[in-house]
Design a protein around this ligand. Structure first.
Ligand code: ADP
Ligand code: MG
Ligand code: MG
Length: 889
């Protein structure tokens, strides 16, 4: 029979960190800490497989599970010196969920389980502290009724606030044992009235209720949303950890806290954390009382007058510091820890690799590599490529004037400007219409994930550096200011009350997530610094990677930005973008409206010098690096006016009859432009367009070579080819013009002519197309559209539904569909190489900047990927990781 329950405690455990899939992250690390001999309260972990079995059986506990848990629990009791359900020496438990990946959508932990009207008296007797016992009991009732029975959390808060007000108490810690008993009686009565069932007194009923609630929470809406956003498969299931309680709320020699072995915001190598005296569980992160700093240094920095743990409990602190060092060296990564001190004795409750900002990730990886704890290749593997995005974000120009209207904690770095919204729904709605918003909340909860994703920045009134908003925002790379206590939200009137008066929905503010400031209006921003740790990691990445990284760029600004981000050439220059500018579109329209070749050539002659100077500038910026230029691709009607007013205006400008223009617009109208008269089809109908572009390219190459001294090897790319004959026809024109320019200039120019592979037929016939094509560039946007037979512009609505219904697990326009589109790429690669072993192969679709797709490109063996400028560093890193994992496997 498979083992479903794993014990840990007393310096040993049945599992270890290797059993993460089975025990979940929390369970596996609790086991590992036990094996390391660290002080961990004993307990047991019910496996993730059991969760799956629970669902297979229609939400029933599998047979025999109760006996296994009972047996394990009595061993936990032996280790703890007290037994569960015992009336004299009751063992109290925490019930904690724990999936393979840390999941904020899951059930909240239930603490103090096993308390009832009888055991609470035993607890009072044993501890000699009645207040403590009844405080624990009321906490348990509150948590259990909320988390397991579904009672409203607010209702308890109301009763508590009401009683405290009546008694004239400020703090929870002022409430006496008798007063807690009154509150407990009111709690129980409220539960019975609201839920129609009494609060369960039987500890075993309590336990199984909690275990069932953990399993059930795997399928709650919050968890499902979280899994969707983070690509976590439902089949993983969650484990349940049942653990002996230790008490941080046992008077003033007790405490509970959280810590990071290094600063998760900056990466600074210094213990960082917060704690509360005489507190339990989530008190630290819930923002009820302001937490104290663990270290003296931290206390001084935050300007707090409340003592640090270092000062107030030096022995426990020293032991804790020792443990944090051991754990960091053991896991060879920055750790995120939870601990409790019960009457001076330290207990470890959790450790895991800590979430961190991209900046911190870089610093930590570089420092750990420099210290020899990890290799440079491992350091490269430690950075999530997508997270580099955060560093490429602008920060506020230090010289800019700051109109500060509030401040809070610098919870997630970077600066963001946007309009105020007060709800996640509004944030999602606004971002749909392309507006940039700042989500302003009292505090966030897992239900806000959607809104947090949609927002440019997040501002909360309550909560510390480890609050939900702070942790989630850092993970998403979204700037966040948390705990801006000086601000108030009037949610009924949808107003934000600030130092400088009221602001409403739609008013613009700027957040500085690096300083915690909230500023009115928008503020000048600075572009990011790409040296230092970033530069070191990139150097290591470049040494490890095999594929080249180019950029998609047609403007000088983009090309320059891409070069500064390390692009090694241009993989796609979309020439049509050069025709939309004011003075050019006129000549373009003239060309389109001309009714014979001569007329077209006359208009094209005007475009030639402009196109040539564009290319010259790009070639100069690229300074000898390869540049792939795609011939005109979109259907011609895209360049024509649409509305009658526009038509009249353009007709006036061109001096043509508006009716004639209108009828030409009508003529060019297509039912399906995406599948219409575009790509090489245009070059075949109007070869003079391709000829003009070719001439511009070669003349520019001659000029740029002269000015930079670096020879240019243009790569001319013919779009939308499906037949070799199409390519032959266009290539013959290109070659002819090339010969002419070479002759005229007396310069020899080496160049390549190749094609996009963006139609299934081209992939299928790649062997034959490669006879003419010297390179392939996979245009995976169109290839995805034509392989699936869906248009990207129309797909958003139903692809979303597909994802929700589990038909697809990711958007194929974001991450390449490896099985379908990828198969075509693979096939074309093989066939292309059969015909022409040295054929150059690259990708220029949006996928060229997507880490998962880049991994696929490495597997297929492409020579380069090409992506938008801001994704170049991401692609460099992703390509390095792909190469490293290819050599490892
Ligand atoms: P999360 O996954 O939300 O971090 P945890 O299971 O770690 O949930 O529990 C949250 C908090 O509850 C812990 O940080 C700790 O303070 C408290 N807690 C959990 N188990 C115990 C225990 N055995 N004794 C005392 N406190 C506990
Ligand atoms: Mg929690
Ligand atoms: Mg925890």
């Amino acid at each position: 029979m498979t083992k479903r329950v794993y014990l840990f405690g007393d310096g040993k455990a049945e599992g270890s960190a290797r059993d993460r899939n089975l025990l979940g992250g929390k369970g596996a690390n609790l086991a590992e800490m036990c094996n390391l001999g660290l002080p961990v309260p004993p307990g047991l972990t019910i496996t993730t497989d059991t969760c799956n079995a629970y669902y297979e059986a229609g939400r029933q506990f599998p047979e025999g599970l109760r006996d296994e848990v009972s047996a394990a629990l009595s061993k936990v009791g032996e280790m703890a010196g007290r037994q569960f359900g015992d009336a004299e020496h009751p063992l109290l438990l925490s019930v904690r969920s724990g999936a393979r990946a840390s999941m904020p959508g899951m059930m909240d932990t239930v603490l103090n389980l096993g308390l009832n009207d009888e055991t609470v008296r035993a607890m009072a007797r044993e501890s000699g502290d009645e207040g403590f016992a009844y405080d624990s009991y009321r906490r348990f009732i509150q948590m259990y009724a909320n988390v397991v029975m579904g009672a409203d959390h607010e209702a308890f808060e109301e009763i508590l606030e009401d009683e405290k007000a009546r008694l004239g108490h400020e703090l929870d810690t002022d409430v006496s044992a008798e007063e807690w008993q009154t509150i407990i009686a009111r709690y129980k009565q409220m539960i019975e009235e609201e839920l129609g069932t009494p609060f369960p007194q039987d500890p075993h009923e309590q336990l199984w209720g909690a275990i069932g609630a953990v399993f059930s929470s795997w399928m709650n809406a919050r968890a499902i949303t979280y899994r969707q956003l983070h690509d976590v498969p439902a089949s993983w299931g969650t484990a349940v950890n049942v653990q002996a309680m230790v008490f941080g709320n046992f008077g003033n020699t007790s405490a509970t806290g959280v810590a990071f072995t290094r600063n998760p915001s900056t990466g600074e190598n210094r213990l960082y954390g917060e704690f509360l005296i005489n507190a339990q569980g989530e008190d630290v992160v819930a923002g009820i009382r302001t937490p104290q700093s663990l270290t003296e240094a931290g206390r001084i920095e935050s300007g707090s007058d409340k003592p640090s743990l270092e000062k107030s409990m030096p022995e426990a602190f020293a032991e804790f510091v020792e443990i944090t060092k051991r754990l960091e060296n053991h896991y060879r990564d920055m750790q995120d820890l939870e601990f409790t001190i019960e009457r001076g004795k330290l207990w470890m409750l959790q450790t895991r690799n800590g979430k961190r900002t991209a900046r911190a990730a870089l610093k930590i990886a570089v420092e750990m590599a420099d210290a020899g704890l990890i290799s440079p290749q491992e350091a490269v593997g430690r950075i999530e490529p997508g997270s580099l995005d955060q560093l490429l974000h602008p920060t506020i120009d230090p010289k800019a004037e700051r109109n500060i209207i509030g401040s809070g904690l610098p919870a997630s770095p970077g600066a963001a400007t946007g309009e105020i919204v007060f709800t996640s729904e509004d944030a999602v709605e606004a971002s749909r219409t392309g507006r940039k918003v700042i989500l302003v909340r009292v505090e966030t909860s897992p239900e806000d994930i959607h809104g947090m994703h949609a927002a440019e920045g997040i501002l909360t009134i309550r909560g510390g550096m480890t609050s939900h908003a702070a942790v989630v925002a850092r993970g998403m790379g979204t700037p966040c200011v948390s705990g801006a206590g000086g601000l108030r939200i009037d949610s009924r009137r949808k107003r934000l009350l600030t130092l400088a008066g009221e602001l409403g929905e739609g008013d613009t503010i700027t957040l500085d997530g690096s300083s915690g400031q909230v500023l009115k209006g928008s503020v000048a921003m600075l572009q990011p610094e790409l040296s230092g740790d970033f530069g070191r990691i990139m150097e290591w990445a470049d040494a490890a990677r095999q594929m080249k990284v180019r950029t998609n760029a047609e403007t000088p600004a983009d090309a320059r930005a891409a070069r500064s981000f390390g692009a090694e050439g241009i993989g796609l220059c979309r020439t049509e973008h050069m025709f939309f500018e004011e003075d050019r579109i006129i000549s373009m329209r003239e060309m389109i409206l001309a009714d014979n070749e001569d007329g077209r050539r006359a208009a094209l002659a005007k475009l030639l010098p402009m196109q040539r100077s564009d290319f010259t500038e790009l070639f100069e910026i690229m300074n000898g690096l390869p540049v792939t230029i795609r011939l005109l691709d979109p259907p011609l009607h895209e360049f024509l006016p649409k509305s009658p007013e526009e038509i009249a205006e353009v007709a006036g400008l061109l001096g043509v009859d508006p009716d004639l223009l209108a009828s030409r617009v009508e003529e060019l109208h297509e039912f399906n432009p995406m599948l219409g008269h575009r790509g090489c089809r245009l070059a075949i109908s109007y070869p003079e367009i391709a000829e003009m572009q070719t001439r511009a390219i070669f003349e520019a190459a001659v000029e740029a070579a002269k000015s930079t001294g670096a020879p240019v090897e243009p790569e001319i790319m013919v779009p939308l080819v499906s037949l070799r004959e199409e390519l032959d026809y266009v290539k013959a024109r290109i070659d002819a013009v090339a010969r002419q320019v070479i002759e005229e200039s007396g310069q020899s120019i080496t160049y390549l002519v190749g094609t996009m592979i963006e139609l299934p037929r081209a992939a299928i016939r790649a062997a034959r197309i490669a006879e003419a094509a010297e390179f392939f560039s996979f245009g995976t946007n169109d290839l995805t559209q034509t392989t699936f037979g869906i248009s990207r512009d129309d797909a958003a609505s139903f692809l979303q539904t597909y994802r929700q219904k589990g038909i697809i697990d990711h958007d194929p326009f974001v991450s390449i569909d490896v099985e379908g589109v990828g198969e075509l790429v693979r096939m074309a690669t093989e066939k292309g190489r059969q015909t022409r072993p040295d054929i150059k192969l690259g990708i220029c679709g949006e996928h060229g900047g997507d880490p998962a797709s880049i991994r696929f490109c490495q597997q297929v063996g492409l020579d380069y990927v090409s992506c938008s400028p801001f994704r170049v560093p991401i692609a460099r890193l992703a390509a390095a990781q792909a190469a490293i994992s290819a050599t490892e496997s």
